[in-house]
Design a protein around this ligand. Structure first.
Ligand SMILES: *Cc1c(COP(=O)(O)O)cnc(C)c1O
Length: 366
């Protein structure tokens, strides 16, 4: 049996006609920049995330970059974040000229350890970017408390956690801004790159809209230096078709997670820890195991897709050598990088496929 890590073809087969019709509508209209599809999709994402405003952008990475640029974060500034994330989080901070300041993670949730944030705040700190890794929101109450005490804006990197909930609040609605990605492998994936920034702050929203379009306001007059961070209306059209399925897809992922949890109970396989405060959308189902790299080889030999998110924490990346971090600085992040493994969790998995995955993992350890 073959079980890929993700199978987008089976999902697409069910919505192909509607996606093609929606894309065709954009092409016939020849409104290929901005236009009604982008505006409609922005409204819908604002609603899904319980936010007043949403700004469609070209990717999740650009959502982060645009947010930082719109906050005027730049040279000489510091931004606090986690070293255990996809590169874009730290990369965006560095791209505006600021310094990423890393904090170790909570070994259970893999999210930033909020209790360590305060000691990292300096006069140069300009923002905090928690990442809601794998589909679970970070410890936002603690993070917001510290942020409010020091009057620091919080940008939620919710790229993996759209519609995920924390104490009944939606990911992206708790901080000053929330950043989403519509990279095809995310729970709500486009047919190419796309992203969104959500916020409840009208002034910040106005700034984001201007900065998304070269800082131009009115046209050809530039008080600020922005960029081209616009969302493609073809992506918006396809995503409008997919959005109504988001809840059921996330629910199916949760069911698959429960299935795995029960099968791996009382085994050597550590299953994901989900805090009582959170409802995860399981963008990834990540187990923690000894002999992880041998298991990866074994699973691939048995045609089971799996992936390590992420094998090298940000503080040990070559491009961040100049920040002066060294091995051992963030032991929890480093340990997680050596032990985590994402296994197939996508909604269309059958029981036979899940059983095969479980059987192979357990037989490896026996
Ligand atoms: C996917 C992802 C991003 C970047 O999104 P893109 O749309 O691929 O640019 C940023 N942060 C995290 C945590 C992600 O998982």
């Amino acid at each position: 049996m073959q079980v890929p890590l993700l199978d987008l073809k089976s999902q697409y087969a069910k919505i192909e006609k509607d996606v093609l019709a929606a894309v065709s509508e954009v092409l016939s209209s020849q409104r290929c920049i901005g236009g009604p599809k982008v505006a409609e999709f922005e409204k819908k994402i604002a609603a899904v995330s319980d936010c007043k405003y949403a700004v469609g952008v070209s990717s999740g990475t650009d959502a982060l970059l645009l947010s930082l640029m719109s906050l005027d974060v730049g040279y000489g500034d510091e931004v606090i974040t986690t070293p255990f994330t996809f590169f874009a989080t730290a990369g965006s901070i560095a791209r505006v000229g600021a310094k990423p300041v890393f904090i170790d993670i909570d070994p259970l949730t893999y999210n930033i350890d909020a209790s360590e944030i305060e000691s990292a705040i300096t006069k140069k700190t300009r923002a905090i970017i928690p990442v809601h890794l794998y589909g679970q929101v970070a410890d936002m109450d603690s993070i917001m408390q510290i942020a409010q005490k020091y009057k620091l804006p919080v940008i939620e990197d919710a790229a993996q956690s759209i519609s995920s909930a924390y104490k009944g609040k939606k990911a992206g609605s708790i901080g000053n801004a929330g950043c989403f990605s519509f990279f095809p492998s995310k729970n709500l994936g486009g047919i190419g790159d796309g992203g969104m920034v959500v916020t409840n702050d009208k002034d910040f929203y106005d700034r984001l809209v201007i900065m998304r379009n070269h800082g131009s306001n009115p046209k050809y007059y530039h008080d600020f230096i922005g960029g081209n961070f616009r969302l493609d209306p073809i992506q918006a059209a396809a995503l409008i078709v997919k959005l109504p399925f988001l809840d059921q897809w996330s629910q199916a992922r949760r069911c698959n997670a429960e299935y795995y949890n029960s099968k791996f109970a009382y085994t050597i396989v550590n299953t994901p820890y989900i805090s009582n405060d959170c409802q995860s959308i399981y963008n990834q189902y990540v187990i923690r195991v000894p002999k992880r790299d041998e298991l990866v080889k074994y699973l691939r030999q048995n045609q089971i897709g799996c992936e390590v998110y992420y094998p090298v924490p940000m503080h040990l990346q070559k491009c961040f050598e100049n920040l002066g971090y060294k091995k051992g600085d963030f032991p929890q992040a480093e340990k997680a990088a050596d032990e985590v493994l994402a296994i197939p969790i996508y909604p269309e998995l059958t029981d036979e496929m899940k059983d095969y995955v479980v059987e192979k993992i357990l037989s490896f350890f026996n």
